[in-house]
Design a protein around this ligand. Structure first.
Ligand code: NOJ
Length: 514
């Protein structure tokens, strides 16, 4: 029998389907490719597989813009392929978690097509008139650039989009919208999906009255940031309703909410106390330490190890004292490769990747590995404009270019922090295109693949990064104190060493990372 809180001890592996394994030669990964690699994941020691969105989508934001919640994106395969994948996963003891993207839909979704023409679903989205000066209702900037408001001539109103203009925000104040979301969740849970990663879930409630955001960039009419767009007063209520209406009927379902702008474990607690309404959140505070506050990720800020300790140590210590729980992640499809970002992807790439594996796997929380992290994948050494695929990077580059800014520096910032860095194809072997596809990959393959790939690291005689990760995951399983034991920081002021102990009834582990 599975423990009711099995999700604390588990290891989740995030798959970015379009870049994982292509079986058709169309240059994009697919569901059959995932199915073919399930034994690899089982052998690695992971237990849950989370798929970034595989639903019907125009792919403006790579599937985080869904046009039909109940259909599969045809280039990824069919619903029958999805069913086979889940059946096979379950047969070998893996769970499958889907991405739930319900803060917004694609503008191609039939709900929005109806809304934008003034149909009965108009109130499923968020509309406002011009302000007194005949402009947008407020100064909110969209995450990918420009205003959060887009004018609709027919309705003589703006609609709200916190992300891209093609991603209109759903109106969670409307109970009919919430019911529609609960239906989507039941649809997938009843088909055998084992839970959800919930995209920007703290964006489903905005500050009432939609006040202006603080001005951090006076040159720009639209202010970048999360303030007033995230963490509105109803986030907890909506999620409690989700729990009441859906999740409590699926007590084994896995739930993690993505929550940028949740700054402390105290703030997170009402959303995750003792696993209700959600089991854990992805906060971003450790990912933000290299950004200038109030600016986009492309604005670098140097940081110190004690800042990282302040963030992660405080989250873990608060959660253990108060019934909260952490998610442990260092990479995902929105972040660059961690060995390039925090360590050394040159001479010390192998040993740095192993140090990060220990650091990652011995924190207090549920472990999330991102595809390729287990072989120490790194950022490509450079990007040309033509090679970019991510709309955030492209919009940033074009904005710099439009201002006659330094475009070489823009490409440097993209190489350092851009999202395409972690979206390059999974490196399976030293064959053409790293064994990812026999066709033309939708995004370039990192040129280091001949030396850094799964096959080489499985068959090498030494202790490769891959073998090291397997060992670390096995150890974690065999020593539950590493997961649930008491967490205490050691030598807090040290700027060169990150150390802590994990203690349970069996013993104490001292972890020293440098
Ligand atoms: C967070 C997702 O991880 C990211 O890829 C996406 O662009 C935004 N949410 C909008 O859905």
């Amino acid at each position: 029998m599975e423990a009711p809180d099995w999700w604390r001890d588990t290891v989740v592996y995030q798959i970015y389907p379009v870049s994982f394994k292509d079986t058709t030669g169309n240059g994009k990964g697919d569901l059959n490719g995932i199915t073919s690699k399930l034994p690899y994941l089982k052998d690695l020691g992971v237990e849950v597989v989370w798929l970034s969105p595989v639903y019907a989508s125009p792919m403006v934001d790579m599937g985080y813009d869904i046009s039909n919640y109940r259909e599969i994106y045809p280039d990824f395969g069919s619903m029958a392929d999805w069913e086979r994948m889940v059946e096979e996963a379950h047969r070998i003891g893996l769970k499958v978690v889907m991405d739930l993207v319900v803060n917004h839909t694609s503008d191609q979704h039939e709900w929005f097509q109806d809304a934008k023409n003034g149909g009965p679903k108009k109130d499923w989205y968020i509309w406002r008139r011009k302000n007194k000066e005949g402009k947008e209702p407020n100064n909110w900037g969209a995450i990918f650039g420009g205003s959060c408001w887009e004018w609709n001539d027919k309705l003589q109103e703006y609609y709200l989009h916190v992300f891209d203009v093609s991603q209109p925000d759903l109106n969670w104040e409307n109970p009919v919208v919430r019911e529609a979301v609960w239906d989507v969740m039941r649809f997938w849970l009843d088909k055998g999906c084992d839970g959800f990663r919930m995209d920007v879930i703290n964006c489903i409630s905005k500050t009432p009255g939609f006040p202006d955001a603080p001005v951090t960039d006076p040159q720009n009419p639209y202010q970048y940031g999360l303030i007033h767009r995230f963490n509105g007063p109803k986030v907890a209520d909506h999620l409690l309703e989700m729990h009441e209406k859906v999740l409590r009927y699926y007590p084994n379902a896995f739930t993690v909410g993505e929550a940028p702008g949740v700054k402390s474990a105290e703030q997170a607690l009402p959303l995750v106390k003792n696993g209700v309404p959600l089991q854990m959140l992805f906060h971003f505070e450790h990912m933000y330490i290299d950004h200038q506050p109030g600016k986009t990720c492309f604005n670098y800020k140097p940081w110190k190890l004690t800042e990282l300790k302040d963030v992660l140590g405080k989250f873990m210590e608060f959660n253990q004292a108060n019934g909260g729980w952490d998610s442990l992640y260092l990479e995902n499809h929105d972040q660059p490769r961690i060995v390039s970002r925090w360590a050394n992807d040159g001479l010390y790439r192998d040993v740095s990747s192993k140090m990060l594996a220990i650091f990652h796997a011995t924190g207090r929380g549920t472990l999330f590995l991102y595809q390729g992290q287990e072989i120490g994948m790194a950022n490509p050494t450079s990007w040309d404009f033509d090679e970019l695929r991510d709309l955030e990077e492209i919009q940033y580059y074009e904005a710099v270019e439009a201002k006659n800014g330094d475009i070489q520096d823009a490409l440097k910032q993209i190489q350092r922090i851009g999202r395409d860095n972690s979206r390059t194809p999974m490196q399976w072997n030293a064959d053409v295109n790293a064994g990812f596809t026999s066709g033309t990959p939708w995004i370039k393959v990192n040129q280091d693949y001949k030396a850094w790939n799964v096959e080489a690291q499985s068959t090498s005689s030494g202790m490769s990064v891959l073998k090291f990760w397997k060992l670390v995951l096995r150890n974690r399983k065999e020593h539950p104190g590493l997961i649930r034991g008491k967490f205490e920081m050691v030598d807090y002021e040290n700027e060169n060493v990150y150390a802590y102990t994990r203690t349970d009834a069996i013993g104490q582990y001292l972890i020293v990372c440098l």
